[in-house]
Design a binder for this molecule. Sequence first.
Ligand code: ADP
Ligand code: MG
Length: 613
Amino acid sequence: MPIRQLSETMINQIAAGEVIERPASVVKELVENALDAGARRVEVATAGGGLSLVRVVDDGAGIPASELLLAVARHCTSKLSTDIHEIRSLGFRGEALPSIGSVARLAIRSRTAGSDAAAEISVEGGRVSAVRPAAASRGTSVEVRDLFFATPARLKFMKGERAESSATTDVIKRIAIAFPAVRFTLSGTDRSTLDLPATENTPEGSLRRIAQVMGSDFPENSIAIDAGREGVALSGRVSIPSYSRANALQQFAYVNGRPVRDKLIAGAIRGAFADVLPRDRHAVTVLFLDLDPALVDVNVHPAKADVRFRDPGLVRGLIVGAIKQGLAAAGIRPATTGAAGLAGAFRPGAAAYGHAGPANGHRGFDPAFRANFSGFDPGRSPYRPLDMGFAESAQAGFDAGPAASADARAGTGAPDETLLGAELGAARAQVHENYIVAQTRDSLVIVDQHAAHERLVYEALKNALHSRPMPAQMLLLPEIVDLPEEDAERLASHADTLSRFGLGIERFGPGAVAVRETPSMLGETNVGQLIRDLADEIADNDTVDTLKERLDRIASTMACHGSVRSGRLMKPEEMNALLRQMEATPGSGTCNHGRPTYIELKLADIERLFGRR
Ligand code: ADP
Ligand code: MG
């Protein structure tokens, strides 16, 4: 076949293959256009999961009748003038409308502020109509019907209606977080209505929008992140570990206001939470990165969800550092969702009492009631950390002699005055052989001794791990791992760091490294796999966190085995020693699996439970 120029429609259909993957991509492109046009209201409606209909109506600037033909022509945009490095709008490729028009039935009706009438244009499977006068108020309405009718092969790849509509909901939620001052509605026969009333472009407005999208309990179960380094600013919120999810769908990231799905950011979040969450749990996060547009490339993929940073190591370091610092500063702080449940469990039903109880039976239990599970700032703790080395020495403190007698364990007599002033108070009793009941001046504290001790052992192990070279185990025969030359080069340049972790490697010819030692803690390990993972990570992020994370995970497993089992009776001194260690150890509010290690119930709340207030 001779070489021929493709038809305009085929070119657009090829572009559509990348830009318009499913109905949610149509919604994303149209909503981005509305926002670029300065809309304050964006109404989205769908039918049949978006395959039969997507309609987006906005009150933005509108398109002049004279430009409607250009709007649906390829590579025509009002957003990019000269510099591809200065992109501040969501769109810039001039590709979305022509792509949609080539695979569906597209109708655009628009009116600008200055004109006294609207105009409309339609495109069906690439065939463009004439511009016609129409009636409409200011703004733009875009309707897309029968998506992929012109490319039936694509239609076959669509998931069910439910999956497609929920992908659209996700798109709206993601973008709405970046535009708190815009009202979004999403409705249709195929879904329940989502209405996000406008808030403001202020930190408080942004937080209210985040609560609308993530759930009203997210703000109180998350901590604020605010950090900056070398011209890159990071802000947002991350959940406390006990408020985690089974997947990473609730992780939202924005680069200069653009929603992105970025491997680097996701990896940094995972790294930051590696200590406090098990592998199969995921933090809930909203993170905004703001930097000079010249330092980030958004033109990586036509769907514009991928970005490339000029300095990936800086961005990763900033995210990991800021989250870890935030978690440490928040100290030990379990989720309040547990508190709400607890209040519910205490609720005295009328039946249980056999009489009506207080005039307002629910007085003490209004929905706003939250047991105050306050955290504390380890920096303020009057207690110095016990000098713990390895697990054994941490364990030693709890192996002091035979189990105490029941009398010794019960908190008879007056509690020690000075201990009452401590964050976790004075231990008063051990109940059900696993819970330490302690008392502060104004609250009751219940500690899960197994979870708490496990956390302490883990922190001690990790400290030991990172403060001295790791013990290594020599391989009988060095293992040669073949790699692309660049990878071998990169690994060799990190050889010093790796050897501190007990991984001894050397260059072995151009395309291989020789592994002579591996960290003893890893035991039998797939050396080739480890080396390749490390090479990938260095290529992506210029760090060797993979190895560190693996070792931390092993420390976590070891800690679990080396901890005080529940069921062990403890003396008052032992219990108090545990409380003091918890106060001195950052992050000890949750165990390695992200569960709380203690809960605190304020006296005021207890009084409310009894209807005394
Ligand atoms: P891009 O957004 O990359 O510029 P599109 O194909 O999505 O490309 O849109 C082409 C042009 O049509 C935009 O540059 C803009 O001028 C105009 N346009 C599209 N949608 C709207 C809208 N909702 N309001 C105002 N102008 C719009
Ligand atoms: Mg666009």
